[in-house]
Ligand binder design. Structure first.
Ligand SMILES: Cc1ncc(C[n+]2csc(CCOP(=O)(O)OP(=O)(O)O)c2C)c(N)n1
Length: 309
């Protein structure tokens, strides 16, 4: 989980840098600060389980085993990318890894995860679907419809809300009258759990319990992980809706530093091992950038291939 969080952080830092250099087209929504949610949650899944992701999806994909080379190539819009350069940052999928897609439509992953869980239920294959979404998405109809259906049919799905407290520039308080989104679970007769989203072990344990419940026929759980994104909603967002002090406070609660300190104290990590992991990740990222830069763009005549809508 430590390596996964670090891999996400370093990948995102590189993406931010490349975007500023104009090498990545479209939008980039950084996941920096939220790494413990993806890393803890995916560690509690089996490789055959499904996830659905969001517009802020790089961390989810990396935690589920996404290949940095194909991800980076997709961000560059290159033909060798996960979706042949047609998806970009917000639309990466790898069905073989159970990644049913990041999604630019807020809240769209919720009914998709419910559908995947319905297929597992009908095929009795034991697969669980874990759905990542954020606080803004929990105000959409898809949230209520998806969770309602999953709860009445007791489908094997885990709804994981990464509450980073803002929907673009709107603070949670202005968008809902409740403090804990997990409270909404009671409306659907399922458990609602609040966890510290900057504590990777707490996320892992809550998701593990929910996955166990889902796999054994107990139905869905709604987990709310409280966290924060350190950067703007998207790269280029001037962030006039929050103060630099607020962000500094969250930086002090860095999920990676926090886990690192714990592992150092336990003797599981030491400075030498940290350097080894950092070097390994730096090499992976260099290779991913090289692969993306050297890959060709798709041909114009390929524009309508693999497009279904
Ligand atoms: C259905 C839909 N409505 C509006 C938008 C525009 N939009 C993009 S991101 C976003 C805010 C999402 O907030 P949240 O779900 O909290 O995710 P976060 O960006 O905080 O991770 C909105 C409204 C969209 N992409 N899709």
């Amino acid at each position: 989980m430590y390596t996964t969080m670090l891999r996400i952080r370093r990948f995102e830092e590189k993406v931010v840098e490349l975007f500023a250099q104009g090498k990545i087209p479209g939008f980039v929504h950084s996941y920096i600060g939220e790494e413990a949610v993806a890393a803890g949650a995916c560690a509690a899944l089996e490789p055959t389980d499904y996830i659905t992701s969001t517009h802020r999806g790089h961390g989810h994909l990396i935690a589920k085993g996404g290949d940095l080379k194909y991800m980076m190539a997709e961000l560059y819009g290159k033909k060798t990318g996960y979706c042949k350069g047609k998806g970009g940052s917000m639309h990466i999928a790898d069905v073989d890894l159970g990644i049913l897609g990041a999604n630019g439509i807020v809240g769209a992953g919720i009914p998709i995860a419910t559908g995947a869980a319905l297929s597992s239920y009908l095929q009795k294959n034991g697969r669980v679907a874990l759905c990542f979404f954020s606080d803004g998405a929990s105000n959409r109809g898809t949230f209520h419809e998806g969770i309602n259906m999953a709860s009445i049919w007791k489908l094997p799905v885990v709804f994981l809300c990464e509450n980073n407290m803002y929907g673009i520039s709107m603070p949670q308080k202005r968008g809902m009258a409740i403090e804990d989104i997990a409270d909404r679970a009671s409306a659907y007769g399922i458990p609602g759990v609040v966890v510290d989203g900057n504590d990777v072990i707490a996320v892992y344990e809550a998701v593990k319990e929910a996955v166990k419940r889902a796999r054994s026929g107990g139905g869905p759980t709604l987990i709310e992980a409280k966290t924060a994104r350190w950067r703007g909603h998207f790269e280029g967002d001037p962030q006039i809706y929050r103060t630099p002090e607020e962000i500094e406070e969250w930086k002090k609660k860095c999920p990676i530093k926090r886990f690192e300190e714990k592992l150092l104290k336990m003797g599981v990590l030491n400075e030498e091992k940290i350097k080894e992991i950092e070097d390994m990740i730096a090499k992976e990222i260099d290779e991913a950038v090289k692969f993306a830069e050297e890959s060709p763009y798709p041909e114009p005549e390929e524009a309508l291939e693999d497009v279904y809508a």
